[in-house]
Design a protein around this ligand. Structure first.
Ligand SMILES: *Cc1c(COP(=O)(O)O)cnc(C)c1O
Length: 405
């Protein structure tokens, strides 16, 4: 058996349809974000596709907290949470997250992916006859968690209240149900009808499970997410978030009732049997969460950059998808073109935007996904849009002006 040939032939398939992933070899420079050194090019580039949405990855308070915890506690946690790995920073962080979301309790995971996978897998897998109603655009981590649970799954149309209700109506009243969805969807930047979904959950006796990964730190007066912004936090059964995007560190969590968190803590294999996050990570995340509870300057700076970018794109006639969030998708619609635009932006103009191709998004909707941060200046934005305008003209791509005509 030639195993490598088997692996290679699968990889050849990715190359053939343009979905093979190339990683940019970057060196982030604390204090210089959103610039990073690109080792492939041997020069600094401006990064436009980072999920360090607020630049908290270099925030002095976060770095100071991490240095201090590193020096005081050492490198790692030293064990699973159950066997000597629970450090006081984990406990403090869980308390902070529970209070941020107005819940009784919170539970930390090593990533947001794991928090979705373990929580949905454990709840849906252990409640008898549980049915999960899952938005069709849910993140892979939720899909895999639901699959792992082996519970019955119903996929409802994206953000579609009627389709969800039609499905809920048909389910027996006495089976446990979970409505699983996101607030801000990461690729289109649209936002779920959270209140309407909560109303349906009340009407049909379902739990609500909301992934706020692309919202925590960024929405609401204290950065608790879109649910906070809309005054709906108390209506959600589970809020799930990451510490790796808006908060700039790493890790994931859920916030929910004490009983639910204790249930996942006690039955979730992917929580129990894995070494806890290093205490310095918990300390850094704690500093970041606390800081963003009290400061809105970063959120306002992000909104400013997003508005300025949208305006500049409009002026240049570069078509982008309007949505209520900080995610600005410039639609390209073809994998090879998307990759080649991204290559030229990088090589000629020093601007890095990773092309987003299938299977991350459906074929025909390939795009450049731009996420401006408070640290992207108007000059940087003008430079990027100038580069895009040059490429659009050279290649005679469809502009928003001609689309309107
Ligand atoms: C990134 C992401 C996750 C996973 O979070 P990590 O902390 O990066 O593992 C979960 N849900 C959504 C919608 C995401 O985009």
């Amino acid at each position: 058996m030639n195993y490598d040939a088997m692996f290679q032939s699968a990889l050849d398939g990715l190359h053939a349809d343009g979905s093979y992933r190339y990683f940019a070899d970057l060196e982030r420079r604390a204090g210089n974000f959103p610039k990073a050194f690109h080792h492939g090019l041997g020069r600094d580039v401006t990064v436009w596709c980072s999920n360090d949405y607020l630049g908290m990855g270099q925030h002095p308070e976060v770095l100071t907290a991490m240095h201090k915890a590193l020096d005081e506690t050492g490198a790692g946690a030293g064990g699973t949470r159950n066997i000597s790995g629970t450090n006081h920073y984990h406990v403090e962080l869980e308390k902070e997250l529970a209070s941020l979301h107005g819940k009784e309790s919170a539970l930390l995971f090593n990533s947001g992916y794991l928090s979705n996978w373990v929580t949905l897998g454990t709840i849906a897998g252990r409640l008898r006859n549980c049915v999960v109603l899952s938005d069709e655009l849910n993140h892979a981590s939720m899909i895999e968690g639901i699959r792992h649970s082996r519970a019955e799954k119903q996929i409802f149309r994206h953000n579609d209240v009627e389709d969800l209700e039609r499905r809920l109506k048909e389910l027996p009243a006495d089976v446990p149900k979970i409505i699983a969805f996101e607030s801000v969807y990461s690729m289109d930047g649209d936002i779920a009808p959270i209140e309407a979904f909560c109303d349906l959950a009340d009407k049909y006796g379902a739990m609500t499970y909301l992934d706020e990964v692309h919202a925590v730190g960024m929405y609401g007066d204290h950065g608790a997410g879109v649910a906070e912004q809309l005054g709906l936090s108390h209506r959600l059964t589970v809020v799930e978030g990451t510490l790796g995007k808006g908060y700039g560190v790493v890790g994931g969590y859920i916030a929910a009732s004490a009983a639910l968190c204790d249930f996942v803590r006690s039955f979730g294999s992917g929580f129990i049997f894995s070494t806890a996050l290093p205490p310095m990570i918990a300390a850094g995340a704690l500093a970041s969460v606390r800081y963003l509870r009290g400061s809105s300057a970063e959120r306002e700076g992000q909104q400013r950059a997003v508005a300025y970018l949208r305006q500049a794109l409009d002026k240049a006639g570069i078509p982008h998808v309007m949505n209520p969030s900080h995610i600005v998708p410039v639609m390209v619609g073809e994998a090879e073109l998307c990759r080649s635009l991204s290559d030229e932006l990088l090589n000629r103009f020093g601007n890095y935007i990773q092309p987003i191709n299938f299977p991350t998004v459906p074929r025909g909707t390939e795009r450049l996904r731009i996420t401006p941060t408070p640290l992207h200046t108007n000059e940087m934005i003008d430079e990027l849009v100038g580069a895009l305008a040059t490429l659009w003209q050279e290649r005679q791509l469809r502009t928003s002006k001609s689309a309107a005509a």
